[in-house]
Design a protein around this ligand. Structure first.
Ligand SMILES: [Zn+2]
Length: 99
């Protein structure tokens, strides 16, 4: 089991725990782990989503700023983070270094 699978298991366990706390555990299939993207909470993923490339590792802070893989997010959020948040963080870091 690699790091992505460990993150998936941890996230699925936390998701089930939160659903249980709010009395919604009965809505989840008992034998299948489901993982929500922690950024958008839009969809639930099964572990096969990792190999399918639907869940990807996200660098925090951006890789270009020395970040490391820290979260498992959906591909859409990872792409948006690179386009918007990471690009903005890199721009600010360049300005800080320049000054
Ligand atoms: Zn997402």
């Amino acid at each position: 089991m690699d790091q992505r699978h460990e993150w998936f298991k941890d996230g699925a366990r936390a998701f089930r725990s939160v659903q249980s706390r709010y009395g919604r555990a009965h809505l989840l299939p008992p034998e299948i782990d489901l993982y929500p993207c922690p950024l958008c909470l839009r969809d639930l993923y099964v572990i096969g989503a990792i190999e399918a490339g639907e869940l990807t590792r996200e660098h925090v802070p951006p890789h270009s700023l020395g970040g490391r893989w820290l979260a498992l997010t959906c591909r859409s959020c990872n792409n948006k983070a690179g386009t918007f948040f990471d690009a903005e963080a890199e721009k600010q870091e360049r300005m800080r270094s320049f000054l």
